[in-house]
Each structure stands twice: as C-alpha cells, then as structure tokens.
Write a protein that binds this ligand. Structure first.
Ligand code: GSH
Length: 251
C-alpha cells in the first residue's frame, strides 16, 4: 500500500492536547485525514484496541499513513514536516529549528509540572515571573526580526503556536507583556487559518473545552486562574494588542 494514495488517520483523545499541532499541520498541508477521537471519559474504548493496531510503541496520538505507522507526537510532526516541506533546508535554519524544537518541549514540560503540582495556586505567580517570563525573554531574543522560529515556517512553529496558546490561556497577562509573541501568534493564525470557519475552525475550537476539563482535573481546581474558559478568552482578547484583537474578531 502506498503512503500517498490512502486517507491517513490521526488518532487521539477528544481534546486538543498533543494532537493539536499535528491537526493544524495536516490542515495547513491540505491533507484530508481521518480525525479519529477516542472518548477521554471512556478509556476502555482505547485500551481495547491499543495493542491491536500494529504500533511499535502503542500510544496516543498515533498516525497511520498507508504502511507507515507511528506514535510519539514529535516523531509524527517531524515525519509530516519532512513530507510537506515544513522543515529547515540549510545548516543555519536546521540548527535554529532543532534548538527551538527542544526549547518549546522544555517550556511545555515546565507548564505541565506547574499545573500538575498540588501547590499550583501558591506556585503560579513565581512560575510566571521566575520561569515563564525568562523563557519568553529568550524566545523573543531568539526570534529577533524573524517571522518564524527557524527563519522559515516549519513544524516547530506548529508546536510553538500551540504551547504559546496554552500559556495565553494559563496567564494572558504574561503573554500580553510580549507584543512580539502576540504578533507571532497572530501571524500563525492568519497563515494557518486557525479559528476561521474554513478549514480549521469548526473542529478545532470546541475541543478547547476538553482541554479545560483536563487542566481542571490535573490541577484539581478551576482552570485559567478560576475563570471559566469563555471568560478567560474574553479577558485575553480584551488585553491583547490591537493586532491580537483584530485576530480575535475574525474567529
Ligand atoms: N511522548 C508521547 C506521550 C504520549 C502520551 O502521554 N499520551 C497520553 C495522552 S497525552 C495518553 O493518554 N496515551 C495513551 C496511553 O498511554 O495509552 C508523545 O509525545 O506522543
């Protein structure tokens, strides 16, 4: 079976999570894929098929593209990046791409550490000023006047956008301090049509409530600093830069 003549399948829970950058990339590349969602509240459904799919390391997300079957979200993103030319092509941009990839992973891990922590509320402020802001300072310096992290649009920007969006939900005040980041996100939303009715909007946005539930469960308290998801979004858009507000009104 050829990998190019089949409809591929991306499977994950019915939430955004680790699959969302992959969904964005597939949509951006114009791939008509089967967006398989296992019900998060019914883990048995996934467990009953987990070992039957021919995956070397069964997990979610998984991606099946003809005879290519893979798990590990980063491996999937790299595979799709190579396949759809969303990878750096020279040494300078490759080095930037590789470093940004790992830095974004570290930032994501930092966020998970804090939201999983039982002392979440008391640690949140320190995390924002002591960890997140220095990381964002470095990211802004790294970007300089470049539009994309490596210098050209790559799979790493899909990862970066998603984690920055989580940070924006987590602490919109922190992200609002970084106009370069706000503009980068707005640029990505335009380029990749995030939140617009076609082709991404109708299936991407509603899943964010699932993300809120996961977050709330992990932290054992309401997400987004006690705000409901909708109020958090409103607060975020009312504090964003002018450009950010333009983007929000397009959603
Ligand atoms: N390193 C893996 C982690 C995958 C992972 O932890 N998947 C979680 C959801 S985020 C899961 O529920 N996997 C299903 C399972 O463990 O059976 C990746 O990046 O894909």
């Amino acid at each position: 079976m050829s990998a190019t003549n089949t409809t591929s399948t991306l499977a994950y829970w019915d939430i955004i999570g680790f699959a969302q950058p992959i969904r964005y990339l597939l949509k951006y590349a114009g791939i008509d894929f089967n967006d398989k969602r296992y019900v998060f509240s019914n883990e048995k459904e996934w467990q009953s098929v987990k070992s039957t799919l021919g995956l070397d390391f069964p997990n979610l997300p998984y991606y099946i593209d003809g005879d290519i079957k893979l798990t590990q979200s980063l491996a999937i993103l790299r595979y799709l990046g190579r396949k759809h030319r969303l990878v750096a092509t020279d040494d300078q941009t490759l080095v930037r791409q590789d470093m940004a990839e790992q830095q974004i992973q570290d930032m994501r891990d930092g966020l998970f550490n804090i939201i999983m922590n039982p002392d979440y509320e008391t640690r949140e402020a320190d995390y924002c000023t002591g960890t997140l802001e220095p990381q964002l300072d470095l990211l802004v310096k790294f970007m300089g006047d470049k539009e994309w992290l490596s210098g050209q649009l790559s799979y790493v920007d899909f990862m970066a956008y998603e984690i920055l969006d989580w940070f924006r939900l987590f602490s919109s005040d922190t992200i609002a301090k970084y106009p370069v980041i706000t503009r980068y996100m707005a640029r990505f939303e335009v380029e990749c049509k995030v939140g617009q009715p076609n082709p991404v909007g109708t299936w991407a946005r509603p899943t964010r409530t699932g993300f809120g539930r996961v977050w709330a469960r992990a932290a054992k308290r309401p997400p987004f600093g006690g705000l409901s998801y909708n109020r958090a979004l409103k607060k975020q858009s009312s504090r964003g830069s002018q450009e950010d507000n333009v983007m929000s009104s397009q959603k």
